[in-house]
Design a binder for this molecule. Structure first.
Ligand SMILES: Nc1nc2c(ncn2[C@@H]2O[C@H](COP(=O)(O)OP(=O)(O)OP(=O)(O)O)[C@@H](O)[C@H]2O)c(=O)[nH]1
Length: 205
């Protein structure tokens, strides 16, 4: 059984929880009362391999209290960075998060290890209020060497499921590639990035 750890990052209201809940339950729940970071657990099978998935969902309204007991820098094996296509500020925030991940990655691995990242433009159903065009999202993803997909947590299940599957496959390949080496060395900025968003609440779906 492989352990795969993912973290969802993005600005307040971008739809991180909605995207994640869609993936985990196939359902869209309009409102989430959460005001804390959450850790979701799911067992699943991909390509015949059993996986123990842990997904950290950061909450922008959490007090930001920090520190997991284990070394935080080793925590996430992959990231999903979510913005809202009808909110340019959330896109700029996603851009800054991608840059932080990139810096942390460069610092921790000297470019040897790529941490898989998916940039997700959510709320595609609100295209009449669109503030970020799809090409901008794709261009940013190219610049930051990550995957890109626009979705609607409100309307899509398949696309969201496919994007998580793609990310998880990429993480599995990456972990195979890193086997025998230390996954990521101690990077202060990666620790800071995770620490900034990590809380201890746990949820099982
Ligand atoms: N129209 C539309 N609304 C969405 C979609 N995804 C999420 N929402 C709504 O956007 C609001 C915020 O969604 P959340 O999933 O709570 O966003 P979040 O990024 O987890 O927000 P924080 O927990 O505050 O960081 C909620 O009212 C959702 O119903 C979508 O694809 N389309």
């Amino acid at each position: 059984m492989s352990d795969i750890k993912l973290a969802l990052l993005g600005s307040e209201g971008a739809g991180k929880t909605a995207v994640l809940v869609r993936f985990l339950t196939r359902r869209f729940i309009g409102e989430y009362a959460s005001s804390a970071n959450s850790l979701y657990h799911k067992r699943m099978s991909i390509d015949g391999r059993q996986l123990n998935l842990e997904i950290f969902d950061s909450c922008s309204q959490s007090s930001g209290n920090t520190c997991i007991q284990e070394e935080p820098v080793n925590w996430a094996d992959g990231f999903v960075v979510v913005y809202n296509i009808s909110d340019r500020t959330s896109f700029l925030h996603a851009k800054s998060v991608l840059q932080q991940i990139k810096e942390a990655r460069e610092e921790s691995s000297k470019g040897l290890v790529d941490i898989p990242v998916f940039l997700v433009g959510n709320k595609q159903d609100l295209c009449n209020a669109r503030q970020v065009c799809e090409e901008e999202g794709r261009a940013l993803a190219q610049e930051e060497r990550c995957h890109f997909q626009e979705v609607s947590a409100a309307e899509d299940y398949l696309e969201i499921s496919n994007l998580f599957t793609k990310l998880i496959r990429h993480v599995m390949d990456n972990l195979k590639h890193c086997a025998g080496r230390r996954r990521y060395s101690g990077s202060k900025s990666m620790a800071k990035l995770i620490n900034n968003v990590f809380g201890k609440r746990r949820k099982s779906v």
